[in-house]
Design a protein around this ligand. Structure first.
Ligand code: ATP
Ligand code: MG
Length: 445
């Protein structure tokens, strides 16, 4: 079977004559009824204009697995400018790849033109620098395009002209076997684009697939390549890894393959000298909670995720600052600055996100040190809910904040009269009340 010979990363300046396996409509389960109307519109308009048009990538993979695809990527022999001519609602985007985005309200159908692997045309508009792809705009046919894709299961093409599935790489067999396999020589494909290591983990976890031993073996040694990924791309991938509903398993796999430390070196530092039940317990709780929220269709925010992933480094650094004489609030503040600035060297985190992360951390101390009437002001804080959820997770993880967590739960659920009584329990509660009473007497006079 062709899948045994995968020429992508061999020297393939001369194209290898490999015949694809074609699965006719009767031999697969993909039905047009499961493809979005907008994607169908794009496919048919391309076809009717005389171009080839296929669904490729995750859309085909997920449909063959009987899952609902996240979106549909279309690939064609029309050049991006030709695609733009066919669709008014179309924008060309991308530098490394020039792609067309066809927009229908909130749905975007991404249309890319068949590309040849960068080696195929050394003088074309494709460039590899230091083993890495920096430009990839050499056009070709389907039989070129297939070899530059990452995993066999992502390299299947559904042809709108005859409803067949085109398989050059044994992707259908791998889908049946539940196996993730890189096309070509794995070490070389990772060197070309180290993000593929993260994608391997993401897809394996998300699909419940095993990673073929040849595909997984190099990962243990190549994690260091991740440090060369541009920070903005890395943070996009990290969001996909941790906000897809499988954060806990993903975290465990990333650690298993020694990749996690390249993404979150400060956290890895804490994990490797684990003390007592922390810090792992907290992170496990937080990631489980994130997964549960995704399962319930509740929002999960990057700020909360970063607050969780970086909580242990933050705690540790803040306690060092405390030991050096700073007060509790100053320690948290300064530690927040330091931990975040170290992390953003690795991956881009928008300022709006880091601002909320800091607030979540700062509010922990304010919850623990609640006194007087301050909780009344705190309940209007825009980050209160997130910070309170964070406090609950800390309590569950055994961080010794059971009492404030209980108090705040009661306080947030209470009506006004009950709140008054709860405030009295706090340090300074009564004193504050009598001070207010005195002030009132003065103003009434
Ligand atoms: P998802 O369900 O997450 O969208 P996907 O497989 O569709 O999964 P995309 O990132 O949308 O992933 O990419 C679409 C397709 O483009 C992939 O299926 C794969 O064929 C190709 N691709 C994406 N990223 C890479 C990469 N880094 N290297 C090689 N091929 C890639
Ligand atoms: Mg996709």
């Amino acid at each position: 079977m062709q899948s045994e010979k995968q020429p992508a990363s061999q020297s393939n300046v001369t194209k290898l004559a490999i015949e694809p396996r074609i699965f006719p409509r009767a031999e697969h389960i993909i039905s047009r009824a499961n493809i979005s109307d907008n994607a169908l519109k794009v496919l048919y308009r391309l076809k009717n204009a005389g171009y080839k048009a296929y669904v490729v990538g995750g859309g085909v993979r997920d449909l063959l697995l009987g899952r609902e695809p996240k979106d549909f990527d279309v690939v064609t022999d029309a050049r991006p400018e030709q695609v733009r001519e066919l669709f008014r609602n179309c924008r060309l985007i991308g530098r490394r790849f020039l792609l067309a985005h066809v927009r229908f309200g909130r749905e975007i159908v991404e249309v890319s033109t068949f590309r040849a692997p960068h080696e195929a045309e050394p003088n074309g508009d494709g460039r590899v620098v230091g083993g890495r792809i920096v430009r990839d705009n050499v056009y070709g046919g389907l039989d070129d395009d297939v070899w530059r894709r990452d995993f066999t299961v992502n390299a299947l093409y559904y042809n709108i002209a005859d409803f067949t599935v085109v398989d050059y790489v044994g992707g259908v067999a791998d889908i049946k076997a539940g196996q993730l396999r890189l096309i070509g020589d794995p070490a070389r494909r990772y060197a070309e684009d180290p993000v593929r290591m993260l994608r391997a983990i993401r897809f394996a976890v998300q699909l419940g697939f095993t990673i073929h031993p040849d595909t997984s073996a190099p990962i243990y040694e190549l994690g260091y390549l991740l440090t060369e990924i541009p920070p903005s791309r890395l943070s996009d991938e990290v969001m996909k890894l941790f906000l897809n509903g499988f954060a806990l398993q993903t975290f465990e796999q990333l650690r298993h393959y020694s990749l996690f430390g390249h993404l979150f070196p400060q956290t890895e530092g804490c994990l490797s000298e684990e003390e007592g039940r922390f810090p792992h317990m907290f992170l496990v709780h937080a990631l489980k909670n994130t997964d549960a929220r995704v399962a319930e269709n509740k929002s999960v925010t990057p700020a909360f995720l970063f607050a969780s992933l970086l909580w242990d480094p933050l705690r540790r650094l803040a306690s060092e600052y405390r030991a050096n004489g700073l007060n509790e609030f100053e320690s948290i503040q300064l530690a927040s600055d330091t931990v975040i600035s170290r992390q953003v060297r690795r991956m881009a985190i928008p300022r709006i996100v880091t601002k909320i992360t800091r607030e979540i951390w700062a509010l922990q101390l304010r919850f623990e040190r609640s006194s007087g009437m301050r909780p009344l002001r705190l309940i209007r804080h825009p980050c209160l809910r997130a910070a309170y959820d964070f406090l609950l997770l800390r309590a569950e993880a055994g961080e010794g904040v059971g009492a404030p967590a209980k108090w705040w739960t009661a306080f947030l659920e209470a009506d006004e009269a009950e709140r008054g009584a709860l405030l009295e329990e706090l340090p300074g509660g009564r004193r504050e009340r009598s001070r207010r009473r005195r002030r009132k007497v003065i103003t009434d006079q």
